[in-house]
Each structure stands twice: as structure tokens, then as C-alpha cells.
Design a protein around this ligand. Structure first.
Ligand SMILES: [Zn+2]
Length: 71
């Protein structure tokens, strides 16, 4: 059975859900149906890692999330 990752378009909550063909997916946080399906967690470890996304917002020349010299 496929488990998909979703991200709510309204409150940006991320969650996983078992999805069947007739399943309506709603955000467990705010109840919105405006959710985006992300890639399956299977076989995509690393690429779907939230830590990898957050690292892209960091400075390219240092590991800090904020520094005066890189911005
Ligand atoms: Zn939500």
C-alpha cells in the first residue's frame, strides 16, 4: 500500500497518509483539502528529507542559517 507525503497549502503542515484510489486527503492540522502530494517515501530517502530542504536556505559559503557576510 502506498504511503505518500503531503504538505498542506494553507498551514504548511506536513504529514504522511496511506492513500487508496478513493481516499480524500485532508490536512490533519487545519482540515483543508488543499494539500500537495510529495514524492513517496520509498526509494527516495535523502531527496525527500526535510533537512535537505532547510539546508538550501542556508548560506552557501558557511553552515550558519544567518550571517551578515553572506547575505
Ligand atoms: Zn493545514
Amino acid at each position: 500500500m502506498p504511503i505518500y507525503e503531503y504538505k498542506c497549502s494553507k498551514c504548511a503542515a506536513e504529514f504522511e497518509k496511506l492513500v487508496f484510489s478513493s481516499t480524500k486527503v485532508q490536512c490533519p492540522n487545519c482540515g483543508s483539502a488543499e494539500v500537495r502530494k510529495k514524492l513517496s517515501t520509498f526509494g527516495m530517502s535523502g531527496l525527500a528529507n526535510p533537512a535537505a530542504e532547510s539546508s538550501s536556505s542556508k548560506c552557501s559559503s558557511c553552515s550558519k542559517s544567518s550571517c551578515a557576510s553572506c547575505h
